[in-house]
Design a binder for this molecule. Structure first.
Ligand SMILES: CCCCCCCC/C=C\CCCCCCCCCCCC(=O)SCCNC(=O)CCNC(=O)[C@H](O)C(C)(C)COP(=O)(O)OP(=O)(O)OC[C@H]1O[C@@H](n2cnc3c(N)ncnc32)[C@H](O)[C@@H]1OP(=O)(O)O
Ligand SMILES: Cc1cc2nc3c(=O)[nH]c(=O)nc-3n(C[C@H](O)[C@H](O)[C@H](O)COP(=O)(O)OP(=O)(O)OC[C@H]3O[C@@H](n4cnc5c(N)ncnc54)[C@H](O)[C@@H]3O)c2cc1C
Length: 627
């Protein structure tokens, strides 16, 4: 029934102030106000329609994305939106586009690795979108191993230029978003060669296409790499291939904050760690962690609302069947994901703080916290994206058959999100970086160096203090176990940041109690999942393990009446969710029925192809039957 809130009874059960929880989720009253305003702006504007996305052929889909990005930019300028508001607009438009890489990687790379002079030259052009850039690092044969890149940038002292070249097929740039069809420029990563000497990988600003007619410049071969997983999803992005045939760029287009090449061809290293060349990746990994809670909460919102609408079995005396959300099995799959969405929100906030702190220290030439920042961004990126991708798929299953329909919103959400486990660092490769950091810490504890920050706890573990280990010995052999240790370390960070959040003043009736319950669900469900490890290492007795499980079940019961309100607190509009199963009013069945008839296949009663391919079969059967 139109206009009726089918979830109203569920909402009445809430034992906390939902408006106050919205503020906690948004981060502040101000953030909530901006989110409300920009979300409505997008939802009310038919130009941002997205319900047809999974049906469009690639070319049409891509053109539509170009239109939306241009229109978004027009609105940002017309309405004089601040950077914060523009970023929210991008969030609510909810469509991956070349602009993500322009704003999210090209500009940060110039800001992080360019000299003041280079920033003065390039940033105003990029900010006004008079040039459009991408981040061209990965190659056909090399992704994770950045030091293995093959593209070369050879200094020519006669002309004061670098010659950018792709020496082999495997050195072709492959994957950069925005590269395929749109970018005019790329921050390109290549090996710096001076006088035959290889100085390793550095970033260079290279123009790819003419600013007049958009054609590739001489020596440049560029295009899109083809369709990716899922309908709609990441196919709005032009991930590209790029080859250089001795392309010349002026010397001052090497990003020279970390190291410089002089007019005479001398290589000079600044007094900063070479890893700052990887700085853009650290920035984006931190952004990806913040995003994980958004994607997971979307899926959880859909699955929770639908689980309250859906009924199966358990009818008493002809009454209604049981809401599937009341089954403990459903709760044990759904509520840990709900708790994870909140947990990732808070750890994302903390990581943003850590990143800002590291950046301020770098300004003052204090590089001491860089290794921890790298380990935290790499590890949390890996943990949160893996849990979120698996969580979206679990939410699809929690919605039964209807979750498999594109109109549930879940297939596209999964398809667009799952590459986050790979891009910006394959999740296992990143966990190995964390493991290396942990092993290095262990090796230093023995020498009396007290660990601080997120590894401080290691200094309190008795047997680690006795440990005398070498970082590399046995590392490869034990790497699968070390990856598990790295995940456990990252989980500890997530749990401790959730607990720290609860120690803050949190206004609003019942809000803190709900967060305490969710925090309990988060760590108890982990404890339950890994109880074998805890029992094997005698950190828990079987009795304690059983008690923890009892407590977990009790918390599910505590959260159950609040479940709908807890997902309402994410404050997602129906436009943003784009899911019939996740509709705010729970009016699922009539809308599913209505949507089916809008499918292009139902435009005609007799489908295209019937007369060519079906009718002849039927005729043949009639003929055979008569015989
Ligand atoms: C319409 C208008 C709208 C306007 C508003 C729009 C707003 C939108 C804005 C923003 C949107 C933001 C979102 C952006 C969207 C982005 C989508 C993502 C697209 C994906 C992009 C990519 O994938 S880019 C490519 C990413 N590639 C990788 O991640 C490669 C992974 N590999 C590596 O990082 C490295 O190779 C390695 C770390 C695995 C190994 O490196 P290396 O071989 O050099 O290191 P070692 O293992 O030998 O280590 C040496 C030493 O260095 C330390 N270290 C390594 N990395 C770092 C680092 N990053 N920082 C600091 N330190 C590092 C390492 O620990 C070792 O230390 P030791 O002390 O020696 O042990
Ligand atoms: C949608 C999407 C967008 C992207 N956008 C960009 C972009 O804008 N710019 C850009 O430059 N790149 C981009 N990339 C590329 C991306 O960064 C790489 O794909 C990513 O870094 C992983 O590298 P790879 O593909 O080489 O994987 P590989 O390293 O080849 O991984 C393959 C397998 O090998 C394993 N493996 C690799 N090394 C090790 C090891 N040392 N120990 C144990 N196991 C290992 C991995 O765990 C994985 O299982 C994008 C990729 C995708 C999918």
């Amino acid at each position: 029934m139109e206009g009726v809130d089918h979830l109203a009874d569920e909402r009445k059960k809430a034992e906390f102030n939902v408006e106050a929880m919205k503020i906690v989720w948004a981060g502040s009253q101000h953030n909530l106000e901006v989110s409300n305003r920009i979300s409505k702006l997008v939802a009310d504007d038919p130009a941002f329609r997205k319900d047809d996305r999974t049906m469009l052929p690639r070319k049409e889909l891509f053109k539509n994305t170009l239109r939306k990005a241009a229109y978004a930019w027009k609105r940002i300028n017309e309405l004089r939106l601040s950077e914060e508001e523009a970023s929210k607009l991008r969030f609510y438009v909810d469509e991956t586009a070349y602009t993500d890489l322009h704003w999210g990687m090209f500009i940060p790379a110039i800001k992080g690795q360019g000299t003041d002079e280079q920033q003065r030259k390039w940033l105003p052009l990029a900010y006004k979108m008079q040039i459009i850039g991408c981040y061209a690092q990965t190659e056909l044969g090399h992704g994770s191993n950045v030091q293995g890149l093959e593209t070369t940038a050879t200094f020519d002292p006669h002309t004061d230029e670098f010659v950018i070249h792709s020496p082999t097929l495997t050195s072709s740039k492959w994957w950069p978003g925005g590269l395929g069809k749109v970018s005019t420029h790329a921050v390109t990563y290549a090996r710096l060669i001076i006088d035959g000497k290889d100085h390793g990988v550095h970033g260079f600003i290279v123009q790819l296409r003419s600013l007049e007619d958009h054609r590739p410049l001489p020596g440049i071969t560029v295009g899109d790499i083809g369709m990716k997983f899922g309908n709609g999803a990441y196919n709005t992005m032009d991930n590209g291939v790029l080859r250089f045939d001795h392309v010349r760029i002026p010397r001052n287009q090497m990003l020279m904050k970390v190291s410089q090449v002089t007019r005479e061809g001398k290589y000079k290293q600044s007094d900063v760690p070479r890893q700052l060349v990887y700085g853009t990746m650290v920035y984006v990994r931190q952004r990806i962690v913040a995003d994980a809670s958004c994607y997971l909460s979307r899926a959880v919102c859909i699955a929770t609302r639908y689980s309250a609408v859906r009924r199966q079995f358990g009818s008493q005396n002809g009454g209604p069947e049981t809401q599937v959300i009341d089954y403990k099995t459903q709760q044990s799959r759904l509520f840990p994901l709900l708790a994870s969405a909140y947990a990732f929100r808070f750890v994302g906030e903390w990581l943003e703080w850590l990143y800002t702190d590291v950046m301020q220290r770098l300004q003052a030439n204090d590089f001491s916290t860089l290794p921890e920042a790298h380990a935290c961004t790499a590890g949390l990126k890996s943990l949160t994206t893996s849990v979120t991708a698996d969580g979206i798929e679990e939410c699809r299953k929690l919605c039964g058959g209807h979750g498999y329909l594109c109109t549930s919103g879940l297939p596209e959400l999964f398809a667009v999100y799952v590459p986050a486990c790979t891009y910006e660092g394959d999740n296992i490769v990143l966990l190995l970086q964390v493991a290396r950091f942990l092993m290095k810490t262990v090796s230093q504890i023995g020498t009396g160096k007290q660990p601080v920050g997120t590894i401080a706890y290691m200094g309190r573990i008795e047997h680690l203090m006795q440990c005398r280990c070498n970082v590399q010995r046995g590392f490869a052999e034990l790497s699968a176990d070390l990856v598990e240790a790295a995940v456990a370390h990252c989980q500890l960070i997530v749990v401790s940041k959730f607990i720290e959040k609860l120690q803050q003043d949190i206004p609003g009736e019942g809000v803190k109690q709900q967060l305490e319950a969710l925090c309990g669900i988060y760590y108890l469900s982990l404890l339950h999942k890994h109880q074998g490890d805890f029992l094997a290492t005698s950190y828990l007795t079987p009795k304690q393990s059983a008690l923890a499980n009892d407590q977990l079940r009790a918390l599910y019961s505590k959260v159950r009446p609040n479940a709908i309100a807890l997902v309402d607190a994410f404050n997602y509009s129906d436009h943003f969710l784009s899911s019939i199963l996740g509709r705010y009013d729970g009016n699922v069945y009539p809308k599913l029925y209505e949507a089916a008839w809008k499918d292009p296949l139902n435009e005609s009663v007799v489908p295209d192809g019937y007369h060519e391919y079906v009718r002849p079969l039927l005729k043949q059967q009639l003929h055979t039957a008569r015989l």
